[in-house]
Design a binder for this molecule. Structure first.
Ligand code: ZN
Length: 196
């Protein structure tokens, strides 16, 4: 079932999501929620979707970065971002630690802030302890774009949106980003927009 993605201004996006018990993870209700979130993410399309974005205050997120999403991007654009395909998976009750605190900044967007994008500094690499869709413990080590996706989705589980972390002067429409800024390196965009 496709779900409605809520937009900024819905209180649930600003609340701390609750952890799930193992019984809850195994329940038909949670398994249905995961399947619906997966379909909703594909439909959007997006590379991640957290339960608060479909109005559910639970610590669940789905992630998948498909090769087909990258087919039109130049190789150096993908390389600069460390972006590679990530298979579908579910993270539940995640605990994140920054394994490389060195920050990298890139433009990112959010399905709950339609039409906008901004430069956001994020840790280069993270480590994650979480449960998967079966309630099995998982340890995830991620760097590059995948690390950014994880940080973005886990922020959602704590009521944080990228606008809380962005460089305000970099905020723009996706349309303008694609027309004017996408072709520039991040350093060139930073210099021209003077966001730091
Ligand atoms: Zn988001």
């Amino acid at each position: 079932m496709q779900l409605k993605i809520v937009q900024a201004g819905e209180a649930v996006l600003r609340e701390h999501a609750r952890q799930l018990t193992l019984d809850e993870i195994h329940s038909r209700e949670t398994q249905d929620l995961i399947e619906s979130m997966r379909q909703t993410m594909y439909q959007a399309p997006g590379v991640g979707l957290a339960a608060p974005q479909v109005g559910v205050g639970l610590q669940v997120a789905v992630i998948e970065d498909k090769k087909e999403y990258m087919k039109d991007a130049p190789a150096d654009f993908l390389k600069e971002r460390g972006r590679k395909p990530v298979p579908f998976h579910v993270i539940i009750n995640p605990k994140i630690t920054l394994s490389d605190e060195a920050e990298v900044e890139f433009f990112e967007g959010c399905l709950s802030l339609t039409g906008l994008t901004a430069a956001v500094p994020r840790a280069r690499a993270v480590k994650l302890e979480c449960l998967d869709h079966r309630g099995e413990p998982k340890l995830i080590q991620a760097s590059g774009w995948y690390a950014r996706i994880l940080q973005h989705e886990i922020d959602h589980l704590h009521g944080t949106l990228y606008v809380d972390r962005m460089y305000p002067r970099s905020l723009m429409t996706v349309e303008n980003f694609n027309r004017t800024w996408k072709a520039l390196s991040i350093a060139e965009a930073r210099n021209l927009l003077q966001w730091k």
